[in-house]
Design a protein around this ligand. Sequence first.
Ligand code: ADP
Length: 357
Amino acid sequence: MVEPNLELKDIYKSFGTATPAAGLSLSVNKGEFFTLLGPSGSGKSTVLRILAGLEQPDSGDVFINGEKVTHIPPWKRKIGMVFQQYANFPNMNVAENISYGLKGMNLKSTEISARVEELLALVGLEKFEARRVSQLSGGEQQRVAVARALAPNPRLLLLDEPLSALDEKIRREMQTELRNIQTKTETTFVYVTHDQEEAITMSDRVAVLNKGLCIQCDTPKEIFQKPRTKFVASFFRGCNILECKPDIGGKNNLLLAGQSIPLKIKGKKKNGSFFVAIRGEAINILKTQKNRSKSDFVQLSGHLKSITYRGVYSEHQIVLNDGQILSATLSHDQDFNEGQNVTILIQLEDIILLDQD
Ligand code: ADP
């Protein structure tokens, strides 16, 4: 059985009108790379600060390895933290920064040196031990901060938007680097980001937060391909959200742009509007209608509104018969013209019925 390393039980925290935790419960497994993803103001940093002990919840509890730590001060929690601002000591060199957290641990100087060597190798800074941190690039400084936080073997490493200050190329390299470091050390990482791509690239599981609540907690693949709500679906670039109506004639069917499609609306309320999510890359565009008897495909009609070159793909915007707009991501070699009538083909399993929230 997978052991929980960290548990948040019914955490509530408000600051006047803002409620960054509104009865939040989460469980993070030992050795997991767990990400809190959400827009700015959704409560991510406050939750991380509550985990660290830098903020007290109004109610609810935090457990680390089964021990209740809600009212235990930060320095007694055996947790490491990495922030967006590198938080190193600029007047010290790399080795001094890394060994700083080992002081007071009753280690011999040879043991400290060996641990520093090990961490320098882990973060790929072997040749930099005597360099002042102020002489390092942003990415290198963040490696020092990670090594320093990992030096005392924390029970958890909390990372608050640690790559946000880096430029795109270094950020991507550091995403892979951080994931490798986490896998090698088997330390539980709790990572905060507002960047959907970063979250799904690095994590074992992602919790999507909104207004202090967890809207969906799943593997990156599930979150990306099977969003449960409109909020989660709209968070991921390239996801279309379309409105449907119940099909009076067809049991449990929905009407999408005039087509009856068999989706399981059983158990959901039968009136009002429903929404489905369809990823842009799941959409095929055809010039003519196909005679398809198979019920695992849905055919819709519309016309091409625009074709936009976006580098690795072209975005094709289609106006469906009911006026709703669908955006498909296609390779460049497709031979379509703006204004042309088209048929849309989508596999039924790629049409995700969203919860009515
Ligand atoms: P995120 O990290 O997702 O951007 P935060 O946890 O920083 O979200 O903030 C969530 C909400 O709580 C915001 O509306 C923010 O203004 C508010 N907030 C956070 N910390 C404080 C504080 N110390 N005092 C007052 N309001 C705060």
